[in-house]
Design a binder for this molecule. Sequence first.
Ligand code: R2B
Ligand code: URA
Length: 309
Amino acid sequence: WSELHPGKEYPKNADGSIRLLNEHLQGLEVDILYHLGLDTQSYDLPAMFGDVKFVCIGGTKYRMREFAEYIAKELDLPCKGSKLVNLTKHSQRYAMYKVGPVLSVSHGIGIPSMTTLLQEVMKLISYAKMKDPIIFRIGTSGGVSIPAGSVVVSSFGLSGMLEKTYSIPVLGKMRSIPAKLDSRLCQEVHSLASDKDDFRTYIGGTMAADDFYRGQARLDGPFCDYTEADKMEFLNTLCNLGVRNIEMEATAFSAFTREAGIRASIVCVTFLDRLLGDQVTPSKATMMDWQKRPMIVVGRYIKEYINKQ
Ligand code: R2B
Ligand code: URA
């Protein structure tokens, strides 16, 4: 962190809570977390969320509800399906469920949707005084040279320009933030994969595209201005760079969690091997089953952590 921000203070308090380094926030009488439908005045955020240790985010509302139900069962918590309340209901953009020390939140598709949610989640983490929080992204992706149904724990994020950074224009100038992830957490999560699992779990780089079709070298979008050979050459380049899967959020997720000083990891299932095709062909039942796989791996980490307490 200090290498990224020389001379700046580490954004964590002695008790493990996160300090937001934006001093403009101190001037706000009330801070409205618009997309979460929460604010610092009408809600007692430390009372509501202060005991949260793990924030798990993922694309769809349905999947994150399913994760909340799964983790409640794994942790033996009494939050049965019907009792789960969508805590962001009032904003209607995303869905957020709390089960004990776990917050399960949807983030939509792509970097702009994910970072809008993630930055408000980071403010929530700070205002609620969560201690040493860990953020997981549990997601779906296209694999690169690994069997469909495999799980990838990301070791780094790679942009569509093949850079290990997240780039965003700020005040008319391009800003590039390193897309690095916590390598110890990545190894720890990967070590929880088991030979007995009916899927394999890999560690590898994750390319984040700003588009599902051309941005991911697909031939089946409404537009395509390159050949199949061009596509294969690009996918092989990714493979040689250590990329094992392609999704649409990894760079920004890595960059922002690291900038905030929050440990984070990305665990995605792959729905297809992109070297073999572009269409997502597994049946709905198969995809429903496969999308539980990142939940199983992350669930193990959470369970181990809780049992050690
Ligand atoms: C994976 O799946 C979504 C696109 O289908 C996107 O959010 C991602 O990263
Ligand atoms: N999500 C993606 O972004 N790409 C895929 O190929 C599959 C899921």
